[in-house]
Ligand binder design. Structure first.
Ligand SMILES: [Fe+2]
Length: 500
């Protein structure tokens, strides 16, 4: 006798009362030459509306191991860690004293349950000169808009490192934001406002097997943008589409849940509504990564957060980073001795006209709304050897350059590589000639594409190569990824060259 076919969708599995406490997978992040962060979060019922994942008020002892081989024959660290409702049943370990520049494997155990095995990597020693580094970066994964196949394709590339540039999840009510190609699945619970809401939303996203695979494949360095809290928020104010309410409480809840659910260091644990996310890490002398936070310390968007500049835009004191972070990035760029200085950040830094015909259709939510601050950062970039800007947010891929003067093509300050979304907007359209359809108003843009996907980078001492990886669809699972265009930047010159 045969029953109805088994529903294997992750949303179906998540609703089945399983007793596996590792239903949200494992993750690692923030690698250093002697360690990294290891993460898991216990949840037997990930979608429970109290946000506690069916783990209740109990405190549990979780055993863990780190080995240099995938079969755990050479265990180099092990221990026991406690977690409970105060931490949202998450574990954040920071094993140290490990060998630099090598793969490590890790797993957790609770009673008879063993977690999946994760692979991670220590960074090279700061004085070493690694021959190459592979990095994949992505942003914007609206659960409802498509399947996270692009995360799986990233994992299959086995990069050394994953950068996530924000919009890891979306706060919206179920069905609030329909994708162009239609929504394929539904958010659980209402728009996220409370700690329980955000914890549950994170848990729902983490049930996705493609996302779990990417977390278990490489260390991540993640920064948040707006949707981890609410659309277009700025410092202590919600965006224009959100009722003010008790924004401080909401920000506290969202950032606490973000910390609990990401492989972040314990020192990053939020202080009230503040989570220190800007940070720096190195990959030997080959690359230094400066991760920026363009949300928590920004001045309010100018001109009512509209499209287009006004007098307010040009105020010299306006900042998207805040004074302290501006000083921090200036200092980091001035003192860096790396071949490549990579700025991992959320919103487009270079000028980006949003209309093919009109000038001054600029987003006041991006660096175009903070031109004085951009000028200051570009001045600091001139002190770095090879600055590179990596960006998310806009749900389209761009290969572009940041020009110090938008009327002077010789004023290139840095290449800017903008990834498309993992799913946000749903299925995209391929641009037949790979050119930017609004190139007339954007001479700095060399490539634009509206398909979903990610960007795969390879750094060497001579060159940075960027492959723009595209997926023909996300409305059904299993899409292949293909390289839609490739660009190179040669060490010594900030210009982008298309090479494929
Ligand atoms: Fe987004």
């Amino acid at each position: 006798m045969t029953g109805p076919p088994l529903d294997l969708r992750p949303s179906a599995a998540a609703q089945t009362p399983l007793d596996n406490p590792f239903s949200l997978g494992v993750a690692s992040g923030d690698p250093s030459p002697d360690g990294f962060v290891l993460w898991t979060r216990l949840a037997q019922l990930p979608l429970d509306d109290d946000g506690l994942g069916g783990m209740g008020q109990g405190v549990r002892r979780v055993e863990w191991q780190v080995a240099t081989d995938a079969r755990f024959r050479r265990v180099v660290r092990s221990g026991v860690s406690r977690t409970g409702p105060e931490q949202g049943h998450s574990i954040h370990l920071e094993p140290s004293g490990l060998e630099p520049d090598r793969d490590h494997f890790y797993r957790f155990r609770l009673d008879r349950h063993l977690s999946p095995v994760g692979r991670t990597r220590t960074a090279p020693r700061s004085t070493s000169v690694p021959s190459a580094l592979s990095v994949a970066f992505a942003s914007c994964a609206q659960w409802e808009h498509g399947w996270f196949t692009a995360y799986r394709r990233m994992a299959e590339d086995e990069p050394d490192l994953v950068l996530h540039l924000g919009d890891y999840l979306y706060e919206y009510d179920p069905g609030f934001e329909p994708a162009r190609s239609g929504n394929v699945r539904s958010h659980e619970g209402p728009e996220t406002v409370t700690l329980a809401d955000y914890r549950r939303r994170h848990a729902q996203y983490k049930t996705d097997p493609d996302l779990q695979l990417l977390h278990a494949t490489a260390p991540w360095v993640a920064v948040f943008d707006d949707h981890e809290l609410t659309d277009n928020w700025a410092a202590d104010r919600p965006g224009p589409s959100t009722a003010p309410g008790r924004f401080d409480d909401r920000r506290t809840a969202a950032l606490r849940a973000y910390w609990e659910n990401m492989p972040l260091r314990r020192s990053a644990y939020p202080q009230g509504p503040e989570l220190k996310a800007h940070r720096r890490f190195g990959w030997g002398r080959l690359a230094t990564f400066h991760m920026l936070d363009t949300r928590q310390y920004r001045d309010q968007q100018a001109c009512g957060d509209g499209m287009g500049t006004c007098e307010e835009t040009w105020e010299p004191t306006r900042s998207i980073l805040g004074e302290e972070q501006e000083a921090w990035i200036a200092d980091g760029l001035r003192t860096s001795t790396a071949t490549w200085d990579v700025l991992g950040q959320q919103v487009p830094m270079g000028r980006l006209e949003l209309s093919p015909l009109e000038i001054d259709r600029l987003s006041m939510d991006s660096w175009d709304g903070y031109p004085a601050c951009r000028d200051r950062v570009l001045a600091s970039m001139r002190e770095a050897t090879n600055p590179v800007v990596l960006t998310g947010d806009v749900h389209d891929a761009f290969a572009t350059e940041v020009w110090a003067d938008h009327e002077d093509p010789d004023s290139v300050a840095a290449p800017e590589l903008i990834c498309t979304s993992i799913t946000s907007n749903g299925d995209g359209e391929d641009s037949p000639d790979g050119s930017y359809r609004w190139g007339r108003t954007n001479p700095q843009v060399q490539f634009w594409n509206d398909l979903r996907g990610y960007v795969a980078l390879r750094f060497t001492a001579e060159e940075l190569r960027a492959d723009y990886r595209s997926l023909p669809y996300v409305r059904v699972p299993g899409a292949p990824a293909f390289t839609r265009a490739s660009f190179a930047v040669e060490a010594g010159s900030p210009r982008l060259h298309q090479v494929g």
